[in-house]
Design a protein around this ligand. Structure first.
Ligand SMILES: NC(=O)C1=CN([C@@H]2O[C@H](COP(=O)(O)OP(=O)(O)OC[C@H]3O[C@@H](n4cnc5c(N)ncnc54)[C@H](OP(=O)(O)O)[C@@H]3O)[C@@H](O)[C@H]2O)C=CC1
Ligand SMILES: O=C(O)[C@@H]1CCC=N1
Length: 274
């Protein structure tokens, strides 16, 4: 299967790294970036032929020529411009896969009429094969295409087929959600350092704790039960959990998850109008 990545930055390269590590042949992939510097870095890091638009104004058109799957990893507001640029270069049989937050399937279909269009929402742990990739497809996408895509993306992590109406919740829970875990880790490191721990020690301890928590959750996805197993009555964890409750952690997290999803809907409207 020939694959093009148009725009291969933080998210595109994470997804590509996961797919390659799972066995996708790098020679079958073409990637593009805006700058020559990014293209050189990506090419040497992933071993994928990469062309920069800065070096070759036809880079995106050349990359998609002959492709079966075209991943769009440019910023959401660039989708319309990218679609016009690819007009006439995209093979009739190519499936278009957008990872843009804030561009809905109807808008994608209007940009790429007569092409099967799929919307995915990956997250950055895709680079190490532990991503979450939500997938919503336009009605006319053949089941065999979705199966093939699901199998490819499975190399980068857990693929969850959803209706598009669930995209905002999945953005809050996984695509943006992974950053919420990172932010909690940042605050835990800072708190430990403020109590005298060396920063490097704190970072390593928090990272290993996050990895351990993730592994336990993967085996038994019931966070409340896992938390309960750590929490002795009248003990240290109970003191910390009570502090969280007093400060309204549940509401703080709910608002953040909702804010991410709401912003995606707002962006969808902006990108429809724009
Ligand atoms: N970051 C994340 O965790 C997630 C991002 N997304 C979505 O992924 C998309 C990309 O986001 P992200 O990876 O964070 O952004 P980045 O800025 O890291 O990546 C954008 C990429 O597009 C390239 N680019 C810019 N202009 C062009 C052009 N004209 N032609 C070809 N390539 C171009 C950039 O090249 P250069 O580096 O040279 O500028 C870069 O490789 C967005 O739509 C976002 O909504 C979805 C889920 C999660
Ligand atoms: O912050 C963003 O807009 C992108 C989409 C989801 C994660 N990062």
């Amino acid at each position: 299967m020939r694959i093009a990545f148009v725009g291969t930055g933080n998210m595109g390269s994470a997804l590509l790294a996961g797919i390659l590590a799972a066995g996708q042949d790098a020679e079958e992939v073409r990637a593009t970036t805006r700058s020559a510097e990014s293209a050189a870095q990506l090419g040497s890091r992933l071993g994928v032929p990469t062309i920069a638009v800065e070096d070759d104004t036809q880079a995106n058109r050349s990359a998609v020529a002959g492709a079966d799957l075209v991943f769009l990893g440019v910023k959401p507001w660039m989708l319309a411009e990218t679609a016009s640029e690819l007009d006439g270069a995209l093979p009739d049989t190519a499936t278009v896969v957008s990872m843009a937050a804030g561009v809905d399937l109807a808008t994608l279909t209007s940009h790429f009429p007569h092409r099967p269009v799929v919307r995915i929402m990956p997250n950055t742990p895709s680079s190490v094969g532990h991503g979450v990739i939500s997938l919503a497809a336009a009605d006319e996408v053949p089941a065999a295409t979705i199966d093939e895509l699901t199998s490819l993306l499975g190399g980068a992590g857990l693929v969850v087929r959803i209706g598009e109406e669930d995209m905002p919740a999945m953005i809050g829970a996984s695509a943006s959600g992974v950053a919420f875990f990172f932010q909690l880790a940042e605050h835990m490191v800072a708190a430990a350092v403020s109590q005298g721990l060396e920063e490097e020690t704190a970072r390593r301890a928090v990272a290993a704790t996050a990895e351990g928590a993730g592994r336990l959750l993967a085996d038994s996805p019931d966070p409340a039960a896992l938390r309960s197993a750590v929490t002795s009555a009248g003990g240290t964890t109970a003191a910390g959990i009570a502090s969280f409750a007093e400060d309204g952690l549940a509401e703080i997290v709910a608002r953040a998850v909702r804010a991410a999803g709401d912003r995606s809907l707002q962006m969808e409207a902006e990108n429809r109008e724009g």
